[in-house]
Design a protein around this ligand. Sequence first.
Ligand code: SAM
Length: 210
Amino acid sequence: MATRTTRKFRGRPALAFFARVARQGWDADHFTFTCRYAALRKWLALQVPLPKTMLTIGCGTGELEKILERQGHTVVSLDLSLPMIRAAKERYQLGALVQADAHVLPFASASFDVVLLPESLGYLEAEVAFGEAARVLKQRGRLLMTTYPPHLPAHSVYKKRSLPEVATVLRQTGFTLAQHSFLTVTRNAIGEAQIEEEGDLLYVAARKVP
Ligand SMILES: C[S@@+](CC[C@H](N)C(=O)[O-])C[C@H]1O[C@@H](n2cnc3c(N)ncnc32)[C@H](O)[C@@H]1O
């Protein structure tokens, strides 16, 4: 979320910020819903009930990925930030951790059943990242994401996107929108708001068009 110390790194924003988070953890001013709320991690894990081959992009320190692994999925956890990857390895001993850029995924085409973007979309060029996700997904594979809607205060370099904006890019990159929710997130429960402006987090599930 918003920080005064963030710098831009030639189109790769906030690497210094992520290195600090990896070292010290999220704090009161800068947090992710996924990292802070176990209820959200549980809710997200429920969106993929059967064991799948999954790629998570922007895994951060790996709290969600640990649950997904426990649930029986084969998970590749990817992040651009080496300190984040190292922190995830130390904290959760995740099975497969990869340091790479979401815009140039180091995987063969049709490798995964599910690609998940947990609160990372705003750091990415959506057209390029969705295009890469489409390439590495198997036929009719699913692309899931949570992201910050426009009204939410967020990290200064995070590009917040509304549902129509996300849906447009999905269509342009070979996906069809399957489901969306404006999630309300509290310590004990995940709810759904009727309108985007009343939600905390936008959840979108899309399917790769055959
Ligand atoms: C807001 S954090 C989310 C971390 C974790 N998923 C969570 O929800 O707690 C965004 C993550 O995206 C990663 N990231 C940013 N740009 C990236 C890129 N181009 N490719 C891969 N990961 C990237 C950052 O290093 C950071 O760990």
